[in-house]
Design a protein around this ligand. Sequence first.
Ligand SMILES: [Zn+2]
Length: 319
Amino acid sequence: MMTQTESSNYIGVDLSGAALRAALVTNEGRVVERREAALSAGDIATQVTRVAADLRGEASRVFALGVGVPGLVNPETGRVIISSDLPAIVRSDLQTEIAQASGLNVTMENDANAAAYGEYIAGAGHGSRHMFYVTIGNGIGGALILDSKLWLGDSGFAGEFGHITIDPEGIECTCGNVGCLETVASAPNIVRRTHERLMRDSTSSLSRLGLNKNFTASDIAHAANDGDDFALMMLERTGRYIGTAIAAVINLLNIERIVLGGRIMEAGDLILNPIIREAGRRSFQPCFEATQIVAAALGPDAVPIGAAMLARDMSGAAH
Ligand SMILES: [Zn+2]
């Protein structure tokens, strides 16, 4: 039987987007090969196994496979308990199905947790020991690494940063609460707030966002990068909401590093700087001064790398 060594490889799969993304990853978290395939709602285990088989053709030794899923995973069983983005995976025992079809050890993890671990091993979290990760896209996810380990919480659901209340009088959230951070700062909600403000704010007439009623959060980021004052203001206000929630995390954890990822970070410093400013204004200063707040570094590789590295750890690899 082969033993795992430093030249071992792992496969990481990301099921959180519209497409299935997979990567062949080294023991140190470096991507050797990537694959992307359309993700259909049908037999997901077969789709994952097919991509994994393709990637295994590129490497002599693959020891384990990790899958990042848009949902909550029971850490005991690996079963996906809740997934609003991909309901089909809740109905199946995906972990067992993929393990049987591929012959590999399979680890399942929430996509934000996987991305956090990827950034921690090979990205913007590298070199830290305690890290909080936030991803801002269609939803807002969070994940916590304490003493170099993913902190899953009592039942595996730690890090629900997007559901911290930011406005007690706010609008209803998908989780049932009112005024969660996600209801103002997720990509669709930034778009919603921007539409609302375009309607009532006369200074918005100079913004090019008014020309296209189907703009996205990326369009807002690009307009801001091009100097559009209205788009800049929307990012500034969004940054203040996120920074307020970040301040609570800083005060609670005295955390070493906070890594911000997801689509919204396309705006770069235009969103990062307001977040840092607001976090600085609202947090306990000795805690704030000990915290580095930085943008994520791995982009769409974060989930595949993190899922692969979690699979590596679970299978007891040398590292
Ligand atoms: Zn919520």
